[in-house]
Ligand binder design. Structure first.
Ligand code: AMP
Length: 182
């Protein structure tokens, strides 16, 4: 099983989010799940990847060549795949992973999250997508999605593509359950 995690290339300013990234990385490694992510050593991305590696897990990073220095590519992970551009990065990560999780992050994280939801919506892939909503970070985003549903722009069955987890354990249970019963 391989989980693709989208998360911030910045650390943010809420320690609970950083603890959650460490806990998530540790538990991924303990469960024998491989991490697929954007290959940076910075921010939440770097903390997550380090936690997996420090606990004996396996990490594959996918990074465009032109971001290698800007995002400070992580050279201490199991495998670092260099791709041409952002589009190739996203399709590579989507092809490798069996489930997707978004942790707190900025525009990059949210862009990746919404793209993978829409790929499920139009049937390009059928893989679980979970929002790891630490300390209510994503509450406003969830409200916006429900508002769009109530306004008739998102069908209920498509709202349900995105599952919410408020803890690392719940998140891993959702990913594992859907993986066994797709
Ligand atoms: P951010 O949440 O803005 O810190 O970005 C998190 C990660 O998403 C970083 O590794 C960004 O390079 C990446 N990212 C930003 N935009 C895109 C995009 N259009 N396609 C793929 N990755 C992206």
């Amino acid at each position: 099983m391989k989980i693709c995690v989208y998360c911030g290339s910045s650390p943010g300013n809420n320690p609970k989010i950083l603890y959650a990234a460490e806990e998530f990385g540790k538990k991924i490694a303990e469960r024998g799940i491989e991490l697929v992510y954007g290959g940076s050593s910075l921010g939440v991305m770097g903390i997550l990847a380090n936690a997996v590696m420090e606990n004996g897990g396996r990490v594959t990073g996918v990074i465009p060549g032109n971001l290698f220095s800007k995002e400070v590519a992580h050279t201490g992970i199991t495998e670092l795949i260099t791709v041409e551009d952002m589009h190739e990065r996203k399709s590579k990560m989507a092809g490798l992973a069996t489930a997707f999780v978004a942790m707190p992050g900025g525009f990059g994280t949210m862009e990746e999250l919404f793209e993978i939801i829409t790929w499920n919506q139009i049937g390009i892939i059928q893989k679980p997508v979970t929002l790891l909503n630490i300390d209510g970070f994503y509450d406003p985003l969830l409200s916006m999605i429900h508002q769009a549903e109530h306004a008739g722009f998102i069908r209920k069955k498509n709202t349900d593509i995105l599952q919410e987890a408020t803890s690392v354990d719940i998140c891993l249970d959702i990913c594992s359950k859907d993986f066994r019963n797709p």
